[in-house]
Design a protein around this ligand. Structure first.
Ligand SMILES: Cc1cc2nc3c(=O)[nH]c(=O)nc-3n(C[C@H](O)[C@H](O)[C@H](O)COP(=O)(O)O)c2cc1C
Length: 260
């Protein structure tokens, strides 16, 4: 296996960081790799907020579903889907006036633009993860940054056409010896389809979970009553408070984004 594949295949999320901070050179290398990510139309439809302020990190612990390790991370990056920069540039560059002159249609940023910006932001974020990993710096995504939209908007002074789609906590692992076992994944035949989407039936689900059921249950003991991974996940994730909050938060952002 080559070095790139080794890094990708041995990566695991780390949530316990040592006190060691990243050097400026290490940060630079991570940023450089981040910016080399592919980008729709090469527009770089994202921005990054480096959270340096410890008080702000502590606040994010609270607003991101009470995850204390956020405050222990020496390098925290919030990835914003960002159409605002281009929208502002369109104003500054007289783009709408030019379109009118040419009798071309005009519009505001819409949900499709948001989706594209999210793609750019997440692809860039994953480049950062892999670059960091190659330097021995571990990381963990925080999806809960999509919650509490109004609070995060005020905390980071976010304009209308931006949205924090992911946060990354980086750091050197606290424990020298990391658990060797990687988290399990589904087998490829349930994930990769040839030519057409395949919905799974009960039998397929049973096969799909057969080799994982024991592992999942062991990693994360099920709440009372859950008899399988489906029930466990529904109770623990899908109907958890954070899921309701995430949906509420994203709905507020969407309304704001598409309110012309
Ligand atoms: C979009 C996204 C959001 C995530 N959010 C969180 C989070 O809020 N807290 C956390 O501890 N891990 C979070 N994770 C990490 C996942 O739990 C982790 O990737 C998954 O359990 C698989 O484990 P592995 O990365 O070690 O292979 C997130 C991962 C992704 C891709």
């Amino acid at each position: 296996m080559n070095e790139t594949l080794k890094i990708i295949n041995s990566r695991r999320s780390t949530r316990a960081f040592s006190d060691r901070s990243l050097s400026n050179e290490e940060k630079e290398m991570i940023y450089q790799a981040t910016f080399r990510a592919p980008s729709a139309g090469n527009m770089m439809l994202y921005s990054i907020i480096e959270v340096e302020d410890q008080a702000l990190k502590e606040k994010l612990v609270e607003t991101c579903d009470n995850q204390p390790f956020i405050a222990k991370s020496p390098f925290v990056l919030v990835f914003l889907a960002d159409y605002q920069r281009w929208w502002d540039y369109y104003q500054v560059s007289g783009a709408q006036a030019k379109a009118m002159e040419l009798k071309r249609p005009s519009r505001q940023p819409q949900v499709g633009d948001l989706m594209l910006s999210c793609c750019d932001a997440l692809i860039a974020a994953q480049n950062a993860v892999i670059a960091a990993e190659s330097l021995g710096i571990h990381s963990c995504y925080i999806g809960d940054i999509m919650e509490n939209y109004e609070i995060h908007r005020d905390l980071f002074n976010l304009p209308k056409y931006t949205f924090p789609i992911a946060m990354l906590c980086f750091g050197f692992p606290k424990h020298e010896k990391i658990k060797s076992e990687l988290t399990p994944r589904f087998q490829p035949q349930y994930i990769v389809f040839k030519n057409q989407y395949q919905r799974l039936d009960q039998e397929k689900f049973q096969q799909m979970y057969f080799h994982l059921e024991g592992k999942f249950m062991k990693i994360d003991p099920p709440p009372n009553g859950a008899e399988n991974v489906g029930q466990h996940n529904y109770l623990r994730k899908f109907t958890a408070d954070f899921s309701f909050e995430m949906s509420r938060s994203v709905a507020v952002m969407l309304k704001n984004w598409s309110n012309e």
